[in-house]
Design a binder for this molecule. Structure first.
Ligand code: CO
Ligand code: CO
Ligand code: CO
Length: 323
């Protein structure tokens, strides 16, 4: 959407929307640079407190994906004026967000509320980042190994939850995943020497296939995933066929042209690759010599350490291959 806006050149802007990254970096003075991002959305779960937690975890995620430390937050809320949720529900949303921010050590400075027909909630986040260690979509190199830190399937399970079709365990697993911060994964990457991680993004609305396509395009490479190695939330595979959210079909239409799937590939896995994620994990492109150290740090931080594929050189017309 921002593509239509003329860009002005400013040497202090180190990363912006032109590389399809979800956070921007601004070198305001010498030393750490500012990293900024914003995210808000309609409720993904019924429980208001959980919705607030997820919105905060999701908003901070783009800062973690870039290798930054979130510091401050501004809340953004759209609330129906008439026939809307009661004061207690609204309070629970803000409380859930507050608790996730507090877990991350992020200070809530303020925010802004407007009235709208449908509830929307989220945050603008500002953090600090070492300008020599910014991780973007555009650094993946042929030979890298791809690591994913959270399982897929939150969109499918959330859709099933809306229609009361999700088993209790599946719903609980999806909520655990969506409320957990990508902070540990960011800290694991920070423990590696500079240059060990070549690229990183978080998996959100475009799904694994879409965000991987952006990384492949930004880096001039092909991302190759082992479908059987993709971590999947409990219950999501069985729900996939009947519960792919509308965003999953949009992702398929938008990114499918540059995605090649091995003949006979399991259909549910394919749907899961397109499933839009809320507060999904980090996709990390790491130099193979640092893979085992990264995985050990991820496990120490309580984060997933799933090896899901590798990076190959460019292939004409194909950004992502599922084998
Ligand atoms: Co993102
Ligand atoms: Co975002
Ligand atoms: Co205001």
């Amino acid at each position: 959407m921002l593509g239509a806006i003329p860009h002005t050149t400013d040497d202090r802007v180190l990363v912006d929307f032109r590389t399809a990254d979800d956070a921007g970096v601004y070198a305001w003075e010498s030393g750490p640079a500012l990293v900024q991002t914003v995210d808000f959305f309609t409720p993904v779960v019924d429980d208001p407190y959980t919705y607030g937690r997820i919105a905060a975890a999701n908003a901070m995620s783009d800062v973690y994906a870039m290798g930054g430390r979130p510091l401050t937050a501004l809340a953004i809320a759209a609330l129906p004026a008439a026939d809307g949720p009661g004061a207690d529900v609204i309070r629970q949303i803000f409380l859930g967000g507050h608790d996730a921010l507090r877990e991350a050590g992020v200070a809530l400075l303020g925010g802004h509320t407007v009235s709208d027909q449908e509830i929307k909630f989220g945050y603008a986040i500002t953090g600090a980042i070492d300008p020599s260690r910014i991780l973007t979509n555009s650094g993946a190199r042929a030979g890298d190994v791809l690591v994913l830190t959270k399982p897929l399937g939150t969109g499918i399970i959330a859709t099933a939850m809306k229609f009361d079709r999700a088993p209790q365990e599946a719903a609980a697993a999806a909520i655990r995943s969506m409320t957990s911060l990508n902070r540990g994964a960011a800290e694991a990457m920070a423990k590696l020497p500079a240059g060990a991680v070549h690229a990183c993004t978080d998996i959100t609305g475009f799904g694994l296939a879409g965000h991987a396509s952006e990384m492949a395009a930004g880096s001039g490479v092909t991302l190759v995933f082992e479908a059987a190695a993709l971590p999947i939330l409990e219950g999501a595979e069985a729900l996939a066929g009947a519960n792919l959210p509308g965003g999953g079909r949009t992702n398929q239409a938008h990114f499918g042209g540059a995605i090649s799937a091995a003949p006979g590939l399991n259909r549910e896995r394919m749907l899961l690759a397109y499933d839009p994620q809320t507060s999904g994990g980090l996709l990390i492109s790491v130099q193979p010599s640092h893979l085992e150290a990264l995985r050990a740090h991820l496990r120490d931080e309580g984060s997933g350490d799933h090896v899901v594929g590798r990076v190959e050189g460019p292939s004409p017309g194909v950004l992502v291959r599922l084998t």
